[in-house]
Write a protein that binds this ligand. Structure first.
Ligand code: MGD
Ligand code: MGD
Ligand code: SF4
Ligand code: MO
Length: 696
């Protein structure tokens, strides 16, 4: 019998970096290879990982890892490349970006990054030092609309104070699939007496915790929130003292909400009057309630920004804002008030350029542009192809993934036509295939990373050598800053100099951080005190919570922006809606998939072999579709072929499909202009569609 290979493996502490939760992970390393991963126990981690965390090994060793810098030799998209040296690659990128800047100005280069967050401050500073505000990210369809709604209403983000609440209203929330469910404590909270009202069209693991679930028609949450508002006001549950002191626009809001009676709410949301009454009973009984809202289920709709504003209003209406058991300012999990202290914002601001052209998308999405320090990437393909209001000559991207954009044939076309495009990725993706130069990035196991979390800071050291010639993104950016001779001695001084610059004021040295894989607490934070926002005043123009937004009122009438959180239809207008009778919800999370990243990891893929559309058995029966049948999924714009998965998790009338599959790309059938006019966010979760059986 041979000895277990793990006996000789060394355990090295690191983090999972698939999502931003940074769960502590132990890598078992043998002869330079990670042979196993486990959840790290305290103090290095919480003792749990999600399925994606456990799939890290398959991810890092995916067979399409890029090992050297590459220069394109075939046509864009064809996938033909030749290996080149780092020096050649840097030289060519610097020459092309430099030439675009000289001929057309720095704004002619669009910088972009996909989901990965850790290197963002370096890329953002790099864009600034280059001379442009044209820094864009995947957050053009993730989270920022949530931030915008909170900012417009209150000037501050909040979170539910679950521990001290009577009722938790979870609007489109399934922490069991989108996060690390090992970290949830809902069992204990329920035992303590917390009631849960879940609002989600889909049955999920969280459904079993709900005292009541409303399987609402996708994209109609705004109407439900306005109905709740009307009922709270009618039943004398509006906190008039709080409103008098802290709220702006209550009379206008109340008058608008009064239009959302039971019949209308029922018709819009698809919920029966009896369901609405049950929900109301829970709501009216709870003196203190808190809410989670603003996940993709709420903001991936063309009415998402305003719907979320309507939802958030409920806490201000009842005084459940900045008080125990309500929604309290987003701050550290360990109840500390100040923001994390690594001054990443200052790092980015130090090099902010002046006198630049308006960011990409500013004309179409001015509210986004004014509130978010990024361009709205949903307008990138249009600007490249139309050249207005100015030309884009080059795209420099880290982790560009065209598959994640709606109507993405246009972005592929734009990347085919843009004069220069470079991409940095771990893998040869469908998007990297279009690049002139592709650079190989390290995985989190192969690089050093300064991780800032709720409890403090931590320096994650590499646990294995880089695969092939892969390099860390931050190192690549510093190298390029040097090649381009940017006016930035810190970045030109290299990655380590940046880290030392970043931590210089927080009372921890680089050497301290190197000495241990543990988290270093940052001294001097104060505990959160309820009422702290109320006493300081809201960060809005009136200094109050704005149910009627003065900020929004200031935009020219041509934008038709409404200061009240009005409800509008989530579905697009089409000639013959009866031909597209179902609603496609493109993107409910699967526990073993992370956007496109795990579709090529064998272990994860075996849990769902084919791209499959979740369809309710009742709809499937009416359509003559059986489990596993090949089907065509069609929208007003295009169609894809894939398999049917019959499941009661999907409600009748809706079809759920995960994103990122090359062979069945759901975003290729979403309309490119199916966008929220305020945030620019795509209406991924309310797309008119039809499904029919096809051959094999
Ligand atoms: N239909 C539909 N579309 C959606 C969504 C949806 O729910 N439905 N969700 C939207 C949301 S919320 C999001 S966040 C986006 C996600 O969109 P993306 O961020 O574009 O998605 P990923 O598949 O994670 O792709 C990121 C790319 O970065 C690469 N990458 C990973 N790590 C690194 C790294 O360290 N360095 C570099 N250089 N590259 C790296 C990956 O290999 C991949 O190619 O998708 C959006 N699109
Ligand atoms: N496994 C996995 N986890 C992930 C990711 C991943 O790709 N895979 N991506 C990460 C990223 S980038 C993000 S942004 C987060 C997103 O995290 P979440 O927003 O939590 O993700 P979802 O599961 O897509 O949506 C939450 C719930 O909203 C419901 N929902 C859909 N439409 C509606 C609607 O119109 N109204 C209501 N009330 N509910 C609706 C869905 O059925 C789902 O159960 O997840 C992160 N975690
Ligand atoms: S929640 Fe899962 S994917 Fe995210 S960091 Fe933790 S283990 Fe990794
Ligand atoms: Mo996201």
């Amino acid at each position: 019998m041979s000895a277990s290979p793990l006996l000789s493996a060394e355990v090295r502490h690191t983090c999972c970096n698939i999502c931003s939760s940074h769960c502590g992970l132990d890598a078992y390393v043998e002869r330079g290879k990670v042979v196993r991963v486990e959840a790290a126990r305290p103090p290095f981690g919480s003792g749990s990982l999600c399925p994606k965390g456990y799939a890290n090994r398959g991810y890092v060793y995916r067979d399409d890892r890029i090992k050297t810098p590459l220069r394109r030799t075939g046509k864009r998209g064809e996938g033909l490349f030749e290996p080149i040296s780092w020096e050649e690659a840097y030289g060519e990128i610097a020459e092309r970006l430099g030439a675009a800047k000289r001929a057309f100005g720095p704004d002619s280069v669009a910088f972009y990054t996909g989901y990965s967050k850790w290197y963002r401050p370096y890329l953002h500073r790099f864009a600034h030092a280059f001379g442009t505000l044209n820094y864009g990210t995947e957050s053009s369809s993730c989270f920022q609309s949530n931030f915008m709604a909170n900012e417009v209403n209150a000037g501050v983000m909040t979170r539910p104070d679950l521990a001290r609440s009577e009722l938790f209203i979870a609007w489109g929330s399934n922490p069991f699939h989108s996060g690390n469910y090992g970290g949830q404590n809902f069992d204990a909270l329920k035992e303590r007496g917390l009631k849960i009202l879940l609002i989600d069209p889909r049955v999920t693991p969280f459904s079993s915790y709900a005292d009541l679930q409303l399987r609402i028609k996708p994209g109609t949450d705004g109407a439900l929130a306005l109905y709740f508002a009307k009922r709270l006001i009618e039943e004398g549950r509006a906190d008039l003292g709080f409103i008098e002191r802290h709220v702006h626009g209550f009379p206008e809001f109340a008058a608008y909400a009064a239009g959302f009676g039971k019949d209308r709410a029922s018709r819009i949301t698809g919920l029966s009057p009896a369901e609405l009454e049950q929900a109301e009973a829970l709501l009216l009984k709870a003196e203190r309630f808190c809410m989670a809202a603003g996940g993709c289920g709420n903001i991936h709709h063309i009415n998402g920004f305003q719907s979320l504003r309507a939802i958030l209003s409920l806490s201000a209406l009842t005084g459940n804002f900045d008080r125990e058991g309500g929604n309290i300012p987003l701050c550290h999990i360990d109840e500390e008030r100040n923001k994390p202290n690594v001054p990443f914002d200052e790092f980015i601001d130090e090099k902010r350029p002046r006198g630049t052209k308006p960011k990409i998308g500013s004309e179409r999405f001015p509210l986004w542009s004014d509130l978010v320090d990024e361009y709205q990437a949903m307008d990138l393909s249009r600007q490249i192809l139309e050249g207005t209001p100015y030309r884009i000559e080059a795209v420099f991207a880290l982790g560009m993934n065209v598959r994640m954009f709606p109507g993405n044939a246009r972005l592929f076309e734009a990347l085919e036509k843009v004069p220069f495009y470079a991409d940095v990725d771990l893998f040869m993706t469908d998007s990297a295939r279009y690049a002139d130069i592709v650079l190989p990035a390290c995985s989190s196991f192969e690089r050093e990373e300064l991780v800032e979390g709720p409890q403090g800071v931590r320096l994650i050291r590499p646990v294995i050598e880089p695969l092939g010639e892969a390099r860390s993104d931050a190192v690549i950016l510093c190298d390029l800053a040097e090649k381009l001779e940017l006016d930035d001695p810190v970045m030109r001084g290299g990655y380590r100099k940046c880290v030392k610059h970043l931590i210089r004021t927080i009372g921890v040295t680089y050497e301290d951080l190197c000495s241990s894989a543990q988290i270093f607490r940052i001294p001097g934070r104060e505990p959160y005190l309820p009422g702290s926002v109320l006493s300081a005043g809201f960060g809005t123009s009136t200094g109050k919570y704005e149910l009627y937004s003065e900020r929004i009122r200031a935009y020219p009438p041509s934008y038709a922006y409404e200061p009240l959180p009005v409800y509008t239809e989530p579905l697009e207008t089409v000639d013959d809606p009866e031909k597209l009778p179902l609603t496609l919800v493109a993107g409910g999370r699967l526990p073993f998939a992370f956007h496109s990243r795990f579709h090529r990891v064998k272990w994860a893929r075996e849990l769902r072999r084919d791209a499959a559309a979740d369809i309710n058995p009742q709809d499937a029966k009416a359509l003559g579709i059986g489990q596993g049948d090949a089907v065509v999924l069609e929208s007003a714009h295009a169609s894809i072929r894939l398999r049917a998965n019959l499941t009661h998790m999907a409600p009748p009338g809706a079809v759920f499909l995960f994103q990122g599959y090359s062979e069945a790309d759901v975003n290729s059938i979403v309309g490119i202009d199916h966008l929220d006019p305020y945030s620019g966010f795509p209406g991924f979760r309310s797309v008119r569609c039809a499904v029919r059986r096809c051959g094999s």
